[in-house]
Design a protein around this ligand. Structure first.
Ligand SMILES: [Ca+2]
Ligand SMILES: [Ca+2]
Length: 306
């Protein structure tokens, strides 16, 4: 069959493929990490609310269950048997983590009490200066931030303390709290199974959280919010492990016809849970971009009779 390449774009894609045609380098995977169900080990956080009046501090604690997801971008390499070799970077790109509501009651004995409620609180995780580095499956939390950006904390007092303590309200949507972290997180990638020329991997991220935030400070009253525990989230990605994954026309050879088919899906986006894009050869994020092109280029002319 005689094929003509009409569009200049197709030509440039074609030339890029020829240039990229080289051994594969580290691959970037886009993984939607979902928080695992809360247990005593993870996603059940201890929170605290404390009020210091003068030199006396009264505090109360409550637990909160967290759920939701964290979008991540992971760069890693694979050995010839498709086992994960080395994870080099991890970048968190947001997502939404919900907290169940919390309430606190602080007793100042005969002086009265302060009642506080945290409702509708949600947060997101970001890497301010991407990418975040990973060494031996460990990353520094100082390279990432948790931002509380939804929900409110409302507190008011009764009795004598109530007359000293103006009702306080923090709206995180109006004034987000950006919490920097210390310590180290863990990231693990394991090969789960291989099916239809694709390898499927599981990612597990463990992130110890410790937030201590001054929510209010006026004359001799200081209000602090605390949060500690472990966030754990898991996700999946797949990658093409056979060169003929790039044979999009299904004739057993990766050639210019496949470039045409590839370009038809170039920059297309679909639902990762049921991805219709055959050209999504890498990343498993159901998007056809440069990392897919690199895999395509690596498969160039495989199976073709020359
Ligand atoms: Ca083909
Ligand atoms: Ca892709």
């Amino acid at each position: 069959m005689y094929i003509t390449i009409h569009s200049p774009f197709l030509w440039s894609l074609f030339l890029t493929i020829l240039l990229l045609h080289s051994p594969i380098f580290a691959e970037v995977m886009f993984v939607d990490l979902t928080l695992v169900p809360p247990s005593s080990q993870a996603n059940l956080l201890d929170t605290s609310f404390s009020v210091t009046v003068g030199t006396a501090t009264v505090s109360d604690t409550d637990t909160t269950e967290i759920s939701g997801d964290v979008f991540s971008e992971i760069e890693l390499s694979f050995d010839p048997s498709n086992q994960p070799d080395e994870i080099t970077t991890v970048t968190f790109n947001g997502g939404r983590i919900e907290m169940t509501d919390v309430s606190y009651r602080l007793n100042f004995s005969f002086l009265g009490s302060i009642i506080a409620d945290g409702t509708g609180i949600a947060a997101t995780v970001l890497t301010p200066i991407p990418p975040g580095s990973v060494s031996e499956n460990t990353f520094e939390l100082s390279e990432h931030v948790v931002i509380l950006n939804e929900g409110t904390v409302y507190a008011e007092g009764t009795g004598l303390i109530g007359s000293q303590f103006e009702p306080m309200s923090s709206d995180f949507a109006q004034e987000p709290i950006e919490a920097t972290m210390e310590g180290q997180g863990q990231i693990e990638v394991t090969l789960d199974h291989i099916q239809n020329e694709k390898a499927y991997y599981r990612v597990l991220v463990t992130l110890p959280l410790s937030i201590d935030h001054v929510a209010y400070e006026e004359s001799d009253i200081v209000v602090r919010l605390g949060l500690s525990g472990t966030l754990q989230a898991e996700g999946w990605f797949s990658r093409c492990i056979a060169a003929l994954c790039a044979d999009l026309t299904g004739n057993g050879c990766v050639d210019v016809e496949d470039v045409q088919a590839f370009s038809d899906q170039w920059l297309a986006i679909g639902n990762p849970a049921d991805c219709p894009l055959t050209a999504d050869l890498a990343g498993g994020e159901c998007y056809v971009g440069l990392s897919d092109l690199a895999v395509f280029a690596d498969s160039w002319l495989v199976g073709c009779l020359l």
